[in-house]
Design a protein. Sequence first.
Length: 471
Amino acid sequence: MVDVVLIFMLPNFNYNIKFQPQGVLYLAAALEKENVDVKILDMTINFWSKEKTLKFLLKEKPKIVGIGAMSNQLRDAVVYAKYFKDNGLQSKIVLGGPHVTLCPDFVKKFKMFDYGFVGEGELTFPKMVNDLIRGKKVKKIVYGKKVENLDSLPLPAYHLLEMKKYRMPHTSKIFSTMITTRGCPYSCDFCNVPKLSGRNVRFKSANTVVEEVRLLNEKFGIEWIMFTDENFTIYEKRVAKICHLIKKERIDVEWMCETRNDLVNRKLLSTMYKAGCRGIGFGVETGAESVRKKVKGTSPTDKTIIRSFNLCNEIGIKAIAFLMFGYPGETKEDMKKTSSFPHLINADSIFSNPNFFLPKTPIFEKSVRDGLIKKNMWNKYASGDMRHVPIYLPNGMTHKELLKIINNCDTKFYLRPSSLSKRLKINNFNDLRLLVRNSKDFLVEFNDFADHVFKSDYQIKRFLYPYYRKR
Ligand code: B12
Ligand code: SF4
C-alpha cells in the first residue's frame, strides 16, 4: 500500500528520447520530505496499458493518483483516468502539469478528474495530499505557490525511477536530465513557458547544481547529463561557476544543454567544453529570417546562428538545430529555406517538428481572435472528437503536406554523406577503426540516423494520431 502514485502520461509519439520526468520527480521528493509514501509510474518508459496500470493501482490502493500531463498527453490522461473510475478505483485523481496550469477549467469539463492542480507543486501539493488523506474538504482547483528559492527544494527523487532505462540520442552513456532554472524572459509566439513559469528567471546556485551532478554521478552512475533548461547559458557567470566546480571536483561527466544562439560566445563555449559540455541544442526554429523575426523577435539573426554553430564546430561541441514548421504567414519557400538551413550552418543534428497550437500562446490567442480556430480545440482533442493534436497549418496547407515537408527535411539532412561522416566522426581509416571498437556509440548514432531517415514518417504519425498505437 502506498499513499500516492504519480503517473507521467504516455508520450504520444515514439520519440527516440527517454527523459526522466523532472516535474513528478520534484513532486515526489517534496512528498517524501513530508513522510508521504509515493511511487512513480513513468509511462514514457513502461508503456503500460490502462488495464495493467489499473491492476497495479488496485493492488497498491493509493489514496491519491496524481497525473502529470502536457497538452499533447491529454487524451491518454482522459482515457486512463476514465477507465480507472469506471472500473472501481477508489483513489482521488488529481491532474497537474502544464495543460491544467494553462487551462484550469479543464477539470470541470472532464469529470474523471476529482481535482486540478495549477502551477508548481512542491510547496502546496503535500498539504493537499495530507488534507485528502485526513478527509478534509479540498477545492476542485488547487493553486500551487511558486517556488522562489530553487535551492530550498530537496533534490529530485531519482531513486524512484529505473534510471538506467532512460536514454537520449548522441550517447550510449548512462544518462539523466536535470533542470536548474525556471522561467524565461523572452516571448516567442509559439511558446508558453513565460506563461507557465513566469518571465523572471529563477536559478539554482552553481553549488546546488554541482551537488546534484555529483549525486547523479556517484549514486546512480550517471556519465552524461542533459540540462533541459530552456536557456541554460542565460546567466553566463553562473555557468562559468558550474564549469569551474565540475572541474575542481573532478566529476567525470559529459553533458549537453539547450540555449539560444544569442546567449553564447567563444569564451563561454570553450569554458563549457573544458568542463565536459559535448552538445548544445539551439532553438533555430526556421531558416527564413523574416519568419523568425515575426515569431521570435529581432534576435537571433541568421548571422548570429551561423556564428554560434561555427564556434561550436571549432571548439568540438555538437550543435543541434531545433526546427519548427508551420508559422503564420510562412510559405513553402520559407520552409525550403528551413530545410536547407542546417546544411548551411553545418549542424550536427536536427530535430524538426510541426508547430503545436499550444494553448494560451500568442499564436493560439491570435488565431482564436481571427476565427481561425476554436478556443476549445484542446478539449475536443482530449475527448477524442478531434483526430490529431492541433498543429498550425499555414496558408491552407494540409497536414499531409506539412508532414511530408518535415520528413523530407530530415531525410535530406541525414542522408547527406557529409552528415553521416560528421556524426560518426569518420575522417580517415583510424577514425573508422576507433568507431568500430567503440561499437556501442556506433549503434547509438546509427539508430538515431535510422530513426530519422526510415521511421520519421512513422514517428510523426504516432505523435499526430495517438490511437495509431494499439494499447
Ligand atoms: C524537458 C522538456 C521536454 C523533454 C522531456 C519531457 C519529460 N519527460 O519531462 C522532451 C524533450 C522529451 C520534451 C518533449 C516535448 N515537449 Co517539452 N518541455 C520540457 C521542458 C523544457 C522542461 C520540463 C520540466 O522538466 N520542467 C520542470 C518541472 C519542475 O516543471 P513541470 O514539469 O511543469 O512540473 C511542475 C508542475 O507542472 C507541477 N506538476 C507537474 N506534474 C504534476 C502532477 C501533479 C499530480 C501535480 C499535483 C502537479 C504536477 O509540479 C511540478 C513541480 O513544480 C518544458 C518547459 C518547462 N520549463 O517546463 C517543456 C514543455 C513541458 N514541453 C512542451 C512540449 C510542447 C513538448 C513537445 C510536445 C514538443 C514537441 N513539439 O515535440 C514534446 C512532447 C513529448 C511527449 N512526452 O509527448 C511544452 C508543453 C506545453 C503544454 N501546453 O503542454 C513545454 C511547457 C514547453 C513549451 N514550449 O511551452 N519536453
Ligand atoms: S522558445 Fe525558449 S526563448 Fe522563446 S519564450 Fe519559449 S522558452 Fe523562452
